[in-house]
Ligand binder design. Sequence first.
Ligand code: BG6
Length: 473
Amino acid sequence: MKNTHTFSLPTIFVIFGITGDLVKKKILKSLYDLYLKQLLPEKFLIYGFSRRRYDDEQLRAYLLEIMNRRIFKEPKQYNAFLSHIHYVQGNFLTISAYEDLALKLGRVDKDWTFCSNKLFYLAVPPVVYPQLINNLHLSGLTKPCSPEEGWTRVILEKPFGTDFESAKALDMQLAKLFKEEQIYRVDHYLAKETVRNILAFRFGNSFLQPAWNKHYIHSISVRLYEKDLVGSRGGFYDKVGALRDVGQNHMLQLLAFFLMDQPKTFTPEEIKKERSKALSSLKLFSAQEVKDNAFRGQYDGYTNEDGVAAHSTIETYFKIRAYSTCPDFVGVPLILESGKGMHQNRTEVVVEFKRPSSNLFDVDKQQNNTLHYLIKPHEKISLDFLAKRPGFSYMLDSHELSFDYHERHRHEEFVDDYEALLYDIIRGDQTLFVSTGEILNQWKFIEPFVETWNKMGIKDLQKYLPGNFEGIE
Ligand code: BG6
């Protein structure tokens, strides 16, 4: 963990896209929760940046309305929290707005007689990233006062690029403008409580370790099912589709945790190195292999959604059978499956073990030992195992050993994913963030699917009825 000593120093949060969806759904609540827990620096201000013609009061009224509607905790604290928030109106693409912001922040530092820490959160559509980060740099906003004083950090949300080349270009631009320790690439799945537990579960329990390879594992499946349709996000979704929306990032990140080797030390660098290595081991498919190992679908009515092209061939469901080239996992099917309009909301990783090599028992009709690592709708780890049924004969039945996070930790408060991320950004801990190596390896794996599906167009795109679709076998 770095820079913990600077944690409590005066800090300014600048949020680009303060009136956008991400702030409404995630960032506002997380900042407020940190505030209530007194985990924000004692002296802090939030500058919201957006195109709307607002002033401070109008922005506060807008945010207050969200807080009231979503019923945040302790309403008596709403106004005290909002008094830390200010507004800057401007176009993300015009440098003058950034210069204006720099003047404002300069005045704050002067008032505080202190060079404050500054955090720039890009809660904006990724197409504006290149121009925005350039403007941040040109205006001097991201220049720390000195190596020891007033750190500056830039936070970007996925998707990082739309393919390998654009991700690489973005990465090169970031590397030119900022130091790696200033860049925080968010994949909020990494901050989910149960996802953070995977390393503890895999490497803190010796009984799993000898079995974690192709000799014992039959398959690993990562599933992210969502009942919701694309809703108001049609315009965004129709440019990416399910695979790039959640497969390229959240799901591959989960898979990496299940495939990776034990890191040498529990440090961000070592953990990311191992995750990235696991991702680079994924077999890259030819067009024919894509056709043989992947399936995609689109829910009925998708092309009538707002913002979606009338003849769109974008997938809202996919199922892929991938493989790793790592000697420990060669030949083990790695299944990635996700969709909108599914029969249930469920995110899980399922590791199915092989049957025992001995033929002592008649287990053919029984469920293999299976580990369910459930992330949504609630956090739970369970293991199906076989045990003898009481009586004279040797009949085996499947049973479950399980650990339900919420039941077990009923009285403990769970930390929300964005709360954990923001807290770590302030502390300067990059463990829960994605490295550029991981992102590029993810794109390398994904690209053959996107290219092949683009060429195939409507061919092989299966329609399904949203609502009770359980995926394909
Ligand atoms: C986002 C995707 O990154 O992740 C959404 O853009 C998806 O389409 C969401 O619904 C899923 O995240 P969570 O935390 O709700 O499981």
